[in-house]
Ligand binder design. Structure first.
Ligand code: XLS
Ligand code: NI
Ligand code: NI
Length: 434
C-alpha cells in the first residue's frame, strides 16, 4: 500500500441522505434496473491519462500537481500503477483505460520504449490478479510526442507512418494480453493545420489503409474486442478527419470497414462538432455504429475541450436514454475521460471527482431507464409514424415510383393534414421524470 490516499476507505452506497462526502448517494452497483445490475449497465472506467499522467498544465501555465510518481523511471511508473489500482479499489470501478505513453517512461529508442511498456503491462497483469478492475480499452498516444506533429497514419513522412503502425501493434498486443474489451483509435493529429501544405485525398487513403491493417491484425491475433474510432472535429488539429459520427461513417464505408469498427463518442467532442451528445449517440445507433462513450463535459463559455467531470443530471439523462435505446453497452462502457481542475491539488479531489461523476451518471441513467420503462415517450414516437404501418403506405415506400405515387395523389384528392409535433407536451413529460 502507498500512503497517497491517506487511508480513504472504499466508497459505499449510503443513499441520498448521507452526510458523508466519501460515499455514493445514487450509485449502488448492485441496484437492479431493467433487470440488470447498475454496475453492469454503466460499466464505469477511469482514464489513466487524466488522473495519473496529466501534470495540471494549461496553455498559459505548466505543472500544478506534484505527484510522488512524476518522473521518468520504471520504479516511478510502478508506483503510479500502485496508486492507480488503489484508486480503482476505493471507487470500486470495474474498468480502466490507458495509452502506452501514460503508463511507461519514453525510452531512447522504439525498442527501449517497447520494453518499458511491456514491463508495465505485465505489472498491470499481476495487479489484475488481485484487484477486480478490468481493462475497458487500450489505445496508443500518437499525438503528444513531437514526431507526431504532422499526424500519425496521415503523416507525409512514411517513417512516422511506420512508427505509428508499430506502436499500434504494441498497444493492441497489450490490450489483448490484458483481456481488454475494446481497442480505441483517436486521431488527434490526423488532420491538418493548413490546406496550403496538405493533400487531404492522399492522407485519407493512408488512414484507410492503416485502419485496414488494424482490423486485419485484430483478426490475426484473435482479439475479440471491438475496434472503436473516437470522433472529434478539431483540437489539437485545426481540422480533424474523424470530425463526427457521420463523417466517420462515410470514411468507414469508403474503405469497406463499416461492419468492423464502431465509435467511442465523447460528450465534449460532440459539443465541439456543433452537435449534442444525444444526437451523436442516436445517429451512431441508427447506423449500427454505437460502441462506447467518453464521459465528460466542456465549458460552454470557453468552447474548449475542457474535459470536466459531468455534473448535469438532465443532460446526461438525455445521453443515457439514447444509450438504452441503442440496446445498452455490450463491450463498451462509460469512461471518465475527465480531469480535475488544475487547482484541485489534493489526493481526495481525485476520489471525490469520480464519486460525484458516478452519482450523476447513476441518477441520470435511472431517470432515463424509468422513462423507457414507462414507455410514454416511445409510444408517442411510434404514434407519430403510425401511418407507415398501413400496408398501402408500406408498399409505397418499398416499391413505389414517382409515377405510381403521383397517380395515388391524383386519385385520392387528399391534402395532407398537418399534425402537432407535441414537443412541449413531450418536454413536460420528460421534465416530470428527470
Ligand atoms: C482527446 C481524446 C482522448 C481519447 C483517447 O480529446 O478524448 O483522450 O479519448 O486518446
Ligand atoms: Ni477528448
Ligand atoms: Ni476521449
Amino acid at each position: 500500500m502507498t500512503d497517497f490516499f491517506k487511508g480513504i476507505p472504499p466508497l459505499r452506497h449510503e443513499g441520498p441522505k448521507s452526510a458523508n462526502d466519501f460515499a455514493f448517494r445514487h450509485y449502488d452497483p448492485d441496484e437492479m434496473v431493467m433487470g440488470k445490475r447498475l454496475e453492469d449497465h454503466l460499466r464505469f472506467a477511469v482514464a489513466y491519462w487524466h488522473s495519473f499522467a496529466w501534470p495540471g498544465g494549461d496553455p498559459f501555465g505548466g505543472q500544478t500537481f506534484d505527484r510522488p510518481w512524476f518522473g521518468d523511471t520504471m520504479a516511478l511508473a510502478k508506483l503510479k500503477a500502485d496508486v492507480a489500482f488503489e484508486m480503482f479499489d476505493i471507487l470500486g470501478v470495474p474498468f480502466f483505460c490507458f495509452h502506452d505513453a501514460d503508463i511507461r517512461p519514453e525510452g531512447a529508442s522504439f525498442a527501449e520504449s517497447l520494453r518499458n511498456f511491456e514491463e508495465i503491462v505485465d505489472y498491470f497483469g499481476t495487479k489484475m490478479e488481485t484487484h477486480r478492475t478490468r481493462l475497458l480499452w487500450g489505445t496508443a498516444n500518437l499525438f503528444s510526442h513531437r514526431r507526431f506533429m504532422a499526424g500519425a497514419a496521415t503523416n507525409p513522412d512514411p517513417d512516422v507512418f511506420a512508427w505509428s503502425a508499430a506502436t499500434v501493434k504494441a498497444c493492441m498486443d497489450a490490450t489483448h494480453k490484458l483481456g481488454g474489451q475494446n481497442y480505441v483509435l483517436w486521431g488527434g493529429r490526423e488532420g491538418y493545420e493548413t490546406l496550403l501544405n496538405t493533400d487531404l485525398g492522399r492522407e485519407a487513403e493512408q488512414a484507410g489503409r492503416f485502419l485496414r491493417m488494424v482490423v486485419d491484425y485484430k483478426h490475426k491475433i484473435g482479439f475479440k474486442g471491438t475496434i472503436l474510432i473516437e470522433p472529434k472535429p478539431q483540437e489539437p488539429s485545426k481540422h480533424q478527419y474523424d470530425y463526427d459520427v457521420a463523417t466517420v461513417y462515410g470514411f468507414l464505408r469508403r474503405f469497406g470497414l463499416e461492419s468492423e469498427v464502431k465509435v467511442n463518442i465523447e460528450q465534449g467532442h460532440a459539443i465541439l462538432a456543433g452537435h449534442s451528445f444525444e444526437h451523436e449517440l442516436a445517429l451512431a445507433a441508427s447506423l449500427g455504429l454505437f460502441g462506447s462513450i467518453d464521459m465528460n463535459r466542456n465549458d460552454y463559455q470557453s468552447g474548449w475541450d475542457t474535459d470536466q467531470f459531468p455534473d448535469n443530471v438532465p443532460e446526461m439523462a438525455r445521453a443515457y436514454y439514447e444509450v438504452i435505446r441503442a440496446g445498452g453497452f455490450t463491450t463498451g462502457g462509460t469512461n471518465f475521460d475527465a480531469k480535475l481542475r488544475r487547482q484541485s491539488l489534493d489526493p481526495e479531489d481525485l476520489i471525490l471527482a469520480h464519486a460525484g461523476a458516478m452519482d450523476v451518471c447513476a441518477r441520470a441513467f435511472k431517470a432515463a431507464a424509468a422513462l423507457i420503462v414507462d414507455g410514454s415517450l416511445e409510444k408517442a414516437r411510434a404514434e407519430r409514424y403510425a401511418g407507415w404501418d398501413e400496408p398501402a403506405n408500406a408498399a409505397m415506400l418499398a416499391s413505389g415510383t414517382l409515377e405510381s405515387i403521383s397517380a395515388r395523389v391524383l386519385a385520392s384528392g387528399l391534402d395532407p393534414e398537418p399534425r402537432s409535433g407535441r414537443q412541449e407536451r413531450l418536454e413536460n413529460l420528460w421534465n416530470r421524470s428527470v
